[in-house]
Write a protein that binds this ligand. Structure first.
Ligand SMILES: [Zn+2]
Ligand SMILES: [Zn+2]
Length: 120
């Protein structure tokens, strides 16, 4: 799970959704994979930024996560269609809750993946 920023799996009525987000390459040097900063061999999971282990480039946590892509595999809770899609890893308000929202390719229902984020 080390290379993932986010991973979730949940069932919703008749459907279910798996969503995951890979850590991205450093936008500056392209060699390192951006991650939480490491200090004296320990990962600072609560840090508000990501750091490149190769060149030390730092990016604000929110800004970095907004640039990533969420991969989604789903069975639509509305119509039972199985599909997969990719959406920007950006949360929107859905019925007052922060959620990743994607659309079923078949019935066009909007399916929210609500935030229940745990630090990995
Ligand atoms: Zn770098
Ligand atoms: Zn559907």
């Amino acid at each position: 799970m080390d290379e993932l920023v986010y991973w979730t799996s949940r069932s919703m009525g008749k459907g279910n959704v798996k969503a995951w987000v890979y850590r991205g390459e450093c936008p500056k040097c392209g060699k390192g994979i951006m991650g939480k900063p490491v200090e004296k061999g320990k990962v600072k999971v609560r840090a508000k930024y990501y750091e490149c282990p190769e060149c030390g480039y730092k990016v604000d946590k929110q800004e970095y996560e907004d640039s990533l892509t969420a991969n989604i595999v789903y069975t639509c809770p509305e119509c039972g269609n199985k599909g997969e899609t990719q959406i920007p890893f950006r949360r929107k308000k859905f019925q007052g809750v922060d959620a990743l929202v994607f659309q079923c390719e078949k019935c066009k229902a909007k399916v929210p993946v609500t935030k229940k984020m745990k630090e990995i």
